[in-house]
Design a protein around this ligand. Structure first.
Ligand SMILES: [Zn+2]
Ligand SMILES: [Zn+2]
Length: 349
């Protein structure tokens, strides 16, 4: 089968012919149909400091996908060949205090699919049955491939009550973009989006942003336009840019609540006296609640939210180099690699 392999410490990936993996007990073999390029994959592609200290080589990256079950081993429950599936990319231990207390999203032994275990940038992938999410028959393939990053957006937007709140989102990458309609659906009065790329600001406006601005220093102007000079009720940092977090904190109202999902590549100095005196709440959010968020995603799709609107490009898997180049640029929303154009054998019943 074809697989995109990271086999040396340095930039790039290689499309190789490798043996198709065999599922062990408790695992399923999935034919990958489409797979999204995530910021995590770009870190691995570029081979930055985070990737160099985290990833063990060789590795097949990729974790956002939709595929079709083609084989199951023993101990895989009711999973059957032909089912259309994705997988929770945070593979948890199932045995620690948090896993056993029904909070597996807080598992300290979480292993990332496509980071510490071979992922889905391949014609086939082997996945633990416990991580599989089974889609409803006939699900739209682009939407299904977005359950993982859309789940990030939904988990972040679900962290604090948003009804009638004035919300700021810093960063309009795919997750930031997908958060906008969810925040509106949850009742946010206004959603202000900070994003330097004009192309992504246009996408944010299409997603329902009330005001977009190119720089986090413009947040004060946005507040003035909204008649809310005291600050934002809820902030969501989704860019990973250190200055964005600092500016966002500075523009929160007293008692404001901040979700931190973006990952700065270096420590960000924080004025903790200011956090204390203004009584701010800061909540880190990573991944999704397993599998509560996946059910919420389904409910939001039924409510008419269309996350696939953030997909701007599809590339055949063979054209991966262009796909990664485009995903790195600020012109793209979500970039999708198409691994198979053959129709599904099941799923449309
Ligand atoms: Zn991802
Ligand atoms: Zn655990």
């Amino acid at each position: 089968m074809r697989a995109l392999v990271k086999d040396r410490a340095g930039p790039g990936l290689r499309l190789c012919e490798v043996p198709t993996p065999t599922p062990a007990a408790g695992e399923v073999l999935v034919r990958v149909l489409r797979a999204g390029v995530c910021g995590t994959d770009l870190h691995i592609y570029r081979w930055d400091a985070w990737a160099a200290r985290t990833v063990r080589l060789p590795l097949v990256p990729g974790h956002e996908f939709v595929g079709e079950v083609v084989a199951t081993a023993a101990g895989t429950g009711g999973l059957l060949a032909g089912q259309t599936v994705s997988a929770e990319g945070h593979l948890v231990c199932g045995d620690c205090r948090n896993c056993r207390a029904a909070a597996p999203h807080l598992c300290p032994r979480t292993r990332g699919l496509g980071i510490l275990r071979d992922g889905v940038f391949a014609d086939y992938a082997v996945l633990p049955a416990t991580a599989i999410w089974q889609h409803r028959p006939g699900v739209d393939l682009d939407t299904a491939a977005l359950f993982d990053p859309f789940g990030n957006a939904v988990h972040a937007a679900h962290t604090f009550p948003l009804r009638d709140k004035v919300v700021a989102i810093t960063g309009a990458g795919p997750v930031g973009l997908m958060t906008i309609p969810v925040a509106r659906h949850f009742g946010a009065r206004a959603v202000v989006v900070v994003e330097p790329s004009p192309h992504r600001r246009r996408l944010a406006e299409c997603q329902g942003a009330t005001i977009t601005c190119p720089d986090s220093a413009d947040l004060a102007g946005a507040l003035r336009d909204l008649g809310r000079c005291d600050g934002f009720d809820v902030g969501m940092e989704m860019s990973g840019h250190p200055m964005a977090l600092t500016e966002l904190l500075a523009h929160m109202s007293h008692g404001g609540r901040v979700v931190v999902l973006g990952l700065p590549d270096r420590p960000v100095p924080t004025d903790w006296a200011d956090i204390s005196l203004r009584m701010l709440t800061v909540q880190g959010v990573s991944g999704r609640r397993i599998f509560d968020t996946w059910h919420q995603v389904t409910a939001l799709l039924d409510a008419g939210i269309r996350p696939a609107a953030v997909i701007t490009h599809h590339f055949p898997a063979d054209d991966y180099a262009t796909a990664f180049e485009v995903a790195t640029s600020t012109m793209a929303g979500k970039v999708m690699l198409v691994w198979s154009t053959e129709p599904r054998t099941g799923g449309r019943t």
